[in-house]
Design a binder for this molecule. Sequence first.
Ligand code: ATP
Ligand code: MG
Length: 394
Amino acid sequence: MLEIARRLDDAGYEAWCVGGALRDALLGGAQADFDLATSATPEMVQRLFPRRTVAVGLRFGTVGVLDGRRVLHEVTTFRKDVETDGRHAVVAYGVALEDDLARRDFTINALAYHPLRAEWRDPFDGAADLARGLVRAVGEPATRFREDYLRILRALRFAARFGFTIEPATWDAARTLAPGLERLSAERVRDEWFKGLRTAQSVAAFVGLWQASGAAARWVPELRSETEVRGFAGLGAVPPGAPRDPVLLTVLLTIDPVRVLRRLRASNDEVQRAAAVVAAPAEPTVGGATSDAAVRRWLAAAGPAADDLAALDVLRRGAPAPWMPAVAAIRARGEPLSRRELAVTGSDLQAIGVPRGPALGRLLDELLEVVLEHPELNTREALLARAREAAGPR
Ligand code: ATP
Ligand code: MG
């Protein structure tokens, strides 16, 4: 990064470290990946680093530059917004660092550091807000949110991620303008929702912010209350920094996750995953007791959703469900849990005279029932005998 800054500087351009990495470094997080802001145009940057650039965000003035270790650094030309409609911005180049910092969303994101001169620029007192733990809009909050409503969601995310408070005027504007969140694309909202769930220190606090701001009412009205979420004993136990699964969390936190994920245009796989969890029987308990056979039947019915259900249980109760040892034992013994794992196939059954069609499917299901109850009967001979019996003389 230093070498990139030096080459820009030698060519007569300014080069400053900016953005989230600087903020994170000041908060004490180790940070290697600083982005640079420069007075050089994207074309100049491409010319200064021949065969080392990637056009990562050329439309926004960003050129990726590879350093000596082939790590990509974003180098973005100083710019200011000349036109905004709450969703997109038209940017102009040929402006000073101060203009570039003024277009950033929050004071804690609007710092700059000159890596060669060891100089700071902090026109909005972002360092002080970092020390106090405040998320404060740069400039007049309502104006800034109207320019880009996504900033409201970003405020919630940064507050939850760092355990910060949203400064009162910024918070008031966020709540007042929350109805404008309607204009955002579902994809941008989903990215914020997922990122927020991944990075929040407390998922419950993040939920509380979405509720209190009015963001939930616009985009996730199915979201549970913060109080309800605080009742999930396993949520608080997730160590900070441990990977979190935003799809699974959406299932836990909302009363109709399929609807939520569809609205947020999550991928088909993600929607299907949630649908499978919702459709599966929640637990194998029959009349308060759990037998191995009941656990096998539950595993068969849940199919690929079984692991998600188990993970949800841990999040809800703070401990694995009491039948998890039985699940582990059944899996260790390799007991059959699906038609695929039966010792006979559809063609075996056809060979003994069962006609193709629905009857064949029903017979396979019956055999699976037998095997779920008595795994030791999963042999070719035993199942063919059963099949002959069931198909019977006609
Ligand atoms: P993260 O750790 O989530 O990447 P970040 O602060 O780096 O946090 P980015 O989305 O990577 O966030 O954006 C980099 C910088 O660009 C921000 O620090 C901020 O200065 C500016 N920025 C990003 N999005 C906006 C926006 N919607 N409005 C104004 N400034 C923005
Ligand atoms: Mg970033």
